[in-house]
Design a binder for this molecule. Structure first.
Ligand SMILES: Nc1ncnc2c1ncn2[C@@H]1O[C@H](COP(=O)(O)OP(=O)(O)OP(=O)(O)O)[C@@H](O)[C@H]1O
Ligand SMILES: [Mg+2]
Length: 308
């Protein structure tokens, strides 16, 4: 089955991640690709940019372009409900009182936000496989990095769980043999479940690391703070084998220098988006911006997406 290409827009707060995501999406849709914009930022901006009431249901913005705003809280609730059911089944010997105390605590667990975003990503990647591009408007840096690291981090934990479970199985097997002699070895349900999780996270890790499947576009402005944060994002992603595919030097002015950028992000292609004199709000305005800067932007985008 054909799978869409994911494009993630990351960068410091306010640099223009949402605007760049919208501009790239409009550009791709105009070239005839089917594009879905997905806002993974809990402080959604795409409704304001397209001046539409977006929600967690995909809504058509124009021909070939739709958008969806992921409801992070709803994904957290669904995840907690699932955990609740699993715990109730697995630990049926716990009293209702003990379980309630447990549930009170887990809803404050660290990591729930990025877990919810990963569940949403997984769902969207499967559900909207008929699109050519999924354009992700990402949350602030800290949460975006946790999102990308979650599969790698989970796999490290899962490896530990597997060896722990295998130790337990060995001991259980010994007890069974002593009690019942040569009993047939039954596949371990817990180990099966851990293996399902392992496969899931490995698939996600593979998708994130696959340059043909996933492109990360780092947005920055001609200022020292966004530059410094971008350099940290670049290194943090490199640590988990995720490459930056493209830099977007946004809000450029005629006197903005590129020297520092080219020295730090060697070999990463760069798009230049000029500072717009008027607000980039509304589908028509975005289209106009692309058109007005025809030579500058469209040619760069053609090269970026290898459109001839
Ligand atoms: N090239 C541009 N020219 C002029 N204004 C721009 C440009 N790009 C973005 N802006 C404006 O800068 C502001 C921040 O842009 P945007 O909301 O896209 O950034 P962001 O990185 O998504 O922010 P946040 O971190 O809050 O999600 C907005 O007012 C937007 O309209
Ligand atoms: Mg934004």
């Amino acid at each position: 089955m054909k799978k869409p290409i994911n494009i993630f827009f990351v960068g410091k707060g306010g640099v223009g991640k949402s605007t760049s995501a919208a501009l790239n999406a409009v550009f791709l849709a105009q070239k005839g690709f089917r594009v879905l914009i997905v806002s993974l930022d809990p402080a959604h901006n795409q409704s304001d940019i397209f001046q539409m009431n977006l929600s967690d249901k995909a809504l058509k913005i124009a021909s070939d372009i739709s958008a969806i705003e992921v409801d992070q809280d709803q994904w957290i609730k669904a995840y907690l409900k699932d955990i609740r059911n699993q715990i109730k089944k697995t630990y049926s010997y716990l009293t209702a009182f003990n379980l309630e105390n447990y549930f009170k605590v887990i809803k404050h667990s660290p990591g729930l936000e990025e877990y919810a975003l990963i569940l949403a990503f997984k769902h969207i990647y499967q559900e909207f496989s008929n699109f050519d591009y999924l354009v992700f408007d990402m949350p602030p840096t800290a949460l975006a990095l946790k999102f990308f690291s979650l599969p790698s981090l989970s796999l490290i934990w899962i490896e530990q769980l597997v060896s722990l479970r295998q130790e337990i199985i060995k001991k259980k097997d010994l007890v069974t043999k002593i009690k019942f002699g040569q009993k047939e070895f039954e596949r371990d349900k817990v180990l099966n479940k851990i293996n399902v999780l392992r496969n899931d996270f490995q698939t996600l890790k593979d998708v994130f690391e696959n340059r043909g499947r996933t492109r990360v576009q780092l947005v920055l402005n001609p200022d020292k703070l966004s530059f410094a944060e971008s350099a940290r994002i670049f290194l943090a992603l490199k640590d988990i084998q995720i490459n930056i595919h493209q830099l977007i030097y946004n809000k450029m002015q005629p006197d903005s220098s590129c020297a520092d950028i080219e020295n730090t992000f060697v070999d990463i292609p760069m798009l230049n988006f000029p500072l717009s004199a008027t607000p980039l709000i509304g589908y028509e305005k975005l289209r106009q911006f692309l058109k007005n800067n025809d030579d500058l932007i469209e040619k760069q985008l053609d090269a970026c997406y290898l459109i001839s």
